[in-house]
Design a protein around this ligand. Structure first.
Ligand SMILES: Cc1cc2nc3c(=O)[nH]c(=O)nc-3n(C[C@H](O)[C@H](O)[C@H](O)COP(=O)(O)OP(=O)(O)OC[C@H]3O[C@@H](n4cnc5c(N)ncnc54)[C@H](O)[C@@H]3O)c2cc1C
Length: 276
């Protein structure tokens, strides 16, 4: 987070709506919010003292699944520029496969439906489920309600249906009436970045671009090298890694082989990109 500030991310005074330059569809542009997967960005922004003069600074988001596109939208709504780099031909990742919905405690939907749920209960369920890093669980669960509300408020997404899934003490898996919530949510956020990229220089999306290396200066990450069409390119700026997991890498020297060799023999529903 310190690195993000040093690289000149903005102070949070900007909102996407201030950068709109067209007359059509402007109601679809977001204003402000958060998502659990992009907390490092959000925390850096809310506590930053960077001057508005540096607001044109660029952040690099690696990975265009829901984590990445949430981060990209958040960077822009706080006044920064963003370049989204994804190795796949299309953004979306595994996030488009999610069919149950998105979990959140203390959301407006739950309150409207008089569902009794708390961040504490969600936290305790998650820890009971085997989560190994309590500090991450605290952040994930603590922000989950606001994050679901952000999707409704800023992207006009329907989160009105609730289900109680295994391991949850209350109904807290949100979705809309459509059949594929992951696809609906992720595409809405991708389309926002695409629309802004078409209209301004605040956003760029580079697909079929595999990030291979993090660049460092005085020990701090300050950019990436990516490969596209057999050539190497660099982008400079603070880096947000949102490359997902490694559950589809069955090669001998994979992270899966290193950390969970017991799972190597199992098939997976992860996309081919899930290689760490
Ligand atoms: C079949 C299925 C159903 C699921 N259902 C649900 C559900 O209902 N609810 C739920 O909460 N979760 C569900 N999950 C889990 C959920 O989909 C993942 O936790 C979530 O999508 C992870 O999001 P992400 O943005 O971190 O990664 P992803 O969405 O996988 O995105 C990662 C992106 O990074 C890119 N990338 C990777 N490496 C590089 C690189 N070196 N350079 C450039 N780009 C790179 C990839 O191309 C990809 O686009 C499901 C998962 C699967 C597989």
């Amino acid at each position: 987070m310190e690195g993000l500030r040093e690289c000149g991310l903005p102070d949070g005074s900007g909102q996407l709506v201030e950068h709109r330059d067209g007359d059509d569809d402007e109601s679809e542009l977001p204003a402000a919010g958060s998502l659990a997967t992009i907390l490092s960005v959000r925390a850096a922004q809310t506590s930053s003292t960077t001057s508005p003069a540096k607001m044109a600074a660029q952040a690099i988001v690696v990975g265009g699944g829901l984590a990445g596109v949430s981060a990209a939208n958040t960077v822009m709504e706080w006044g920064g520029k963003v370049v989204l780099v994804d190795k796949s031909a299309f953004c979306g990742g595994n996030s488009t496969k999610a069919t149950s919905g998105i979990n959140g405690a203390e959301t407006r939907t739950q309150k409207e439906k008089k569902v009794e749920d708390t961040v504490e209960l969600f936290t305790s369920d998650t820890l009971k489920g085997g989560a190994k890093k309590p500090e991450l669980v605290k952040v994930l669960c603590g922000n989950s309600g606001g994050d679901v509300d952000w999707l409704v408020d800023k992207f006009d997404l329907d989160m009105s249906l609730l289900a109680r899934l295994g391991g949850h003490s209350a109904p807290r898996t949100h979705r809309g009436k459509e059949r594929f919530p992951g696809m609906t949510i992720t595409y809405a956020l991708i389309q926002m970045v695409e629309k802004i990229a078409e209209r301004s220089d605040l956003a760029r999306i580079i697909n079929k671009a595999k990030v291979k290396q993090l660049l460092t200066k005085s020990g701090a990450v300050c950019g990436v090298t990516y490969e596209k069409k057999g050539k190497d390119f660099t982008e400079e700026g603070p880096v947000i890694l949102a490359t997902g997991g490694f559950g589809a890498d069955f090669t001998e020297d994979s992270l899966l082989a290193k950390y969970r060799p017991d799972l190597l023999h199992l098939p997976t529903t992860n996309g081919d990109h899930t290689t760490g």
